[in-house]
Design a protein around this ligand. Sequence first.
Ligand SMILES: CC(C)(COP(=O)(O)OP(=O)(O)OC[C@H]1O[C@@H](n2cnc3c(N)ncnc32)[C@H](O)[C@@H]1OP(=O)(O)O)[C@@H](O)C(=O)NCCC(=O)NCCS
Length: 219
Amino acid sequence: MVSLVQLACKASSEELQTGLGTSRAFGGKQYAFNILRASELSVPLRQKIWALFEENMHGYTSSTTFEWNPPSKKKELFHRNSRYLCVSSQGVGESEERVLVAFTMFRFDWEDTTEEKVYQEVLYLYELQVSQGYRKLGLGRVLIRDLEAIGIRWQMKKIMLTVLKANQGAILFYDKMGFNLDPISPDFVDPTSTGNNEEEEWVDEDEDCDYKILSKVLR
Ligand SMILES: CC(C)(COP(=O)(O)OP(=O)(O)OC[C@H]1O[C@@H](n2cnc3c(N)ncnc32)[C@H](O)[C@@H]1OP(=O)(O)O)[C@@H](O)C(=O)NCCC(=O)NCCS
């Protein structure tokens, strides 16, 4: 039997885009929204994706355990299961080059739960990057809303992501978007726990971990 994850992984970019806007206005300018598989990205678009990722994230390498390893990151970014939702400025004439102003990279996958050998279908958000000059216009919110719509349509249980604790701006943003600390996050403490079993000791030891796993249940 084909699983929901396999079904979503097989879906074409056109199928994922169904029902979503392909052109929207922000701050009085029009932007194109396009869903693409990693294998459908042109070489110039790959370069723009890498440049935007580098512009936004390189600064975190000095203050966190996040390692700057371009070959390994590019392998992850352009893996065959990676899907993109790219936002580009719409040129006025044919000659005007489109600027990539934001993108998300996501995959459909199985993710651990707190129960042994129990996995959930998730839309895993690997990247959400908005270029500096285009922030606070509502682009991030619309991208999250689109991913929620895709996740619901393809029957994923949650959207999940990993965020560095040092990235306070992103944490505030995800909080506004309705994300919570996921029970599998290293520093998650079960509010119903009594504080005297072995597993909770393990949780305490992990408090120094510099990232969080956030999720939002899709219904
Ligand atoms: C985090 C990020 C994606 C937000 O995108 P954005 O397009 O600026 O967000 P929006 O304009 O859609 O903002 C939605 C809401 O989040 C709030 N918000 C966005 N960035 C925020 C920040 N840095 N601090 C506090 N609140 C923020 C907005 O004020 C808005 O709230 P409102 O509804 O009360 O007006 C963007 O800042 C970014 O790309 N940062 C660098 C890359 C990064 O850290 N990505 C996440 C890696 S996990």
